[in-house]
Design a protein around this ligand. Structure first.
Ligand SMILES: Cc1cc2nc3c(=O)[nH]c(=O)nc-3n(C[C@H](O)[C@H](O)[C@H](O)COP(=O)(O)OP(=O)(O)OC[C@H]3O[C@@H](n4cnc5c(N)ncnc54)[C@H](O)[C@@H]3O)c2cc1C
Length: 398
């Protein structure tokens, strides 16, 4: 039976994440939104200290969904700056061997590695991940990487700090199409991996988003994720591609949880203001007896809760080592859409309070949209869901 009730220890971890969000993130949320590219050092130091004490749990258990939500309730941009293995860690977790898990992630909760990022997107390759043009060529005991990756979240920190790792997607044989696609771990400080540009963004502005250029970047042969058996590529099979895509089974639920945090922050804000104004939401009344405002708030809550249940289910399956591709995409598609709807409605309901930079609501509206873009857009995740439910292949439903 699925049981989402946290244990007493998990409750403590959720409480700690909320406390961090409330006491550390919220007071500086505006500042780092307005000072894009300035490093939130106080956050990084504090969280690093907690990781080393072992008082911050980072694993990908079911309740990770709730810890991520709490952190993003505080600030989604600052959450993405935390010294954690991030999406790179999730990729290694999803597709690495036991040896690689140990070598690159060590003990998650004892401070290794400090930062992680994942570099898949290229100028001519976004939703269609099979269009990757970055190459990995074997040369003796090494791989030589060449190509340019754009929009890499937390890439600068992962590239420039000791113990940082970036998981890079590249093809080992372009003529093999999807079968040639693999993912590789590049460790911080590797010559030939250069940070070229920092993006200026609409939302999650505290988070660094960069371009990395790989110019004859040499990494050990063993840094290919999963089995290194690539000498003979069977062009009729796409096992390598499927393996790399399994990364999304771990990362999509995390993004869904991030969306929940931003959505709940906005909902809480609206409900607090309504309460102060003495406006009560009359739950349980037939819909035709409710005011337009009540209907809006109830719809927002229903969207949030539906997204939350899907997210918890995707995490739970992952925690049980059960297949979760369908559920991961369902959670991501629903949560990305829910948070954009919730924040937009919240700004609409609050009027000037929603639009003014005095409050954080306008920022949450800007922070929301990315959840419907990265780790597969809403449309792409809905395509994945449709294919899986209808049992259509990629070629049958594009
Ligand atoms: C702030 C930020 C951070 C990011 N971080 C990372 C990161 O850490 N690592 C990384 O690798 N990438 C990252 N990305 C890139 C992100 O994953 C891509 O932007 C995303 O996958 C979409 O790709 P694209 O922008 O090329 O859009 P396109 O693929 O060109 O799509 C454009 C539009 O067309 C739609 N579309 C495309 N194909 C279909 C289809 N078959 N059916 C229906 N609709 C379709 C899409 O949904 C979208 O609305 C980041 C992006 C941003 C903005």
């Amino acid at each position: 039976m699925i049981d989402f009730e946290p244990t007493p220890e998990q409750k403590e971890a959720i409480k700690a994440a909320h406390q961090l969000a409330e006491e550390l993130f919220r007071p500086i949320s505006h500042y780092y939104d307005e000072h894009e590219h300035e490093s939130p050092q106080e956050v990084i130091d504090k969280v690093w200290e907690k990781r080393q004490e072992g008082s911050l749990f980072l694993g990908l258990d079911t309740i990770a969904a709730l810890r991520v939500e709490e952190a993003c309730w505080g600030d989604a941009g600052l959450y993405l700056c935390l010294p954690t293995p991030g999406l790179g860690g999730a990729a290694i977790f999803a597709t690495g061997t036991q040896e690689q898990l140990q070598r690159f992630l060590g003990n998650y909760n004892e401070g290794e590695p400090k930062w992680g990022a994942m570099a898949m997107t290229e100028a001519a390759c976004g939703s269609d991940t099979s269009a990757i043009s970055a190459t990995a060529v074997r040369d003796g005991d090494e791989w030589v990487l060449n190509g340019e990756k754009i929009f890499v979240t937390a890439g600068k920190r992962a590239m420039e700090n000791p113990d940082g790792v970036v998981v890079v997607w590249a093809t080992v044989d372009k003529s093999a199409g999807r079968a040639g696609m693999k993912s590789f771990v590049v460790q911080a400080g590797t010559p030939g991996a250069n940070v070229e540009k920092m993006e200026k963004k609409l939302g999650i502005r505290a988070s660094d988003t960069i371009t990395i250029v790989f110019d004859n970047c040499r990494i050990p042969y063993e840094n290919i994720l999963g089995s290194p058996e690539v000498r003979k590529i069977d062009k009729t099979k796409t096992a390598g591609f499927k393996k790399a895509m399994a990364t999304f089974d771990a990362t999509r639920p995390i993004v869904a949880a991030q969306a929940l945090g931003v959505g709940r922050a906005s909902l809480d804000f609206v409900k607090e203001v309504l309460e102060k104004e003495g406006i009560e939401i009359r739950y349980g009344l037939p819909r035709y007896k409710l005011s337009a405002l009540e209907r809006d708030v109830i719809d927002m809550e229903a969207n949030y809760k539906a997204a939350k249940l899907l997210t918890l289910r995707a995490f739970w399956l992952m925690d049980q080592s059960l297949p979760n591709s369908l559920e991961a995409s369902m959670a991501k598609a629903k949560a990305g859409l829910a948070v954009t709807k919730i924040t937009q409605k919240a700004v609409e309901i609050m009027g000037p309070l929603g639009y003014s930079r005095k409050y954080l609501l306008e920022k949450w509206l800007r922070d929301a949209k990315i959840n419907d873009i990265f780790e597969g857009t809403g449309q792409i995740n809905m395509l994945v869901v449709a294919r899986r439910i209808l049992d259509y292949s990629r070629e049958q439903l594009k």
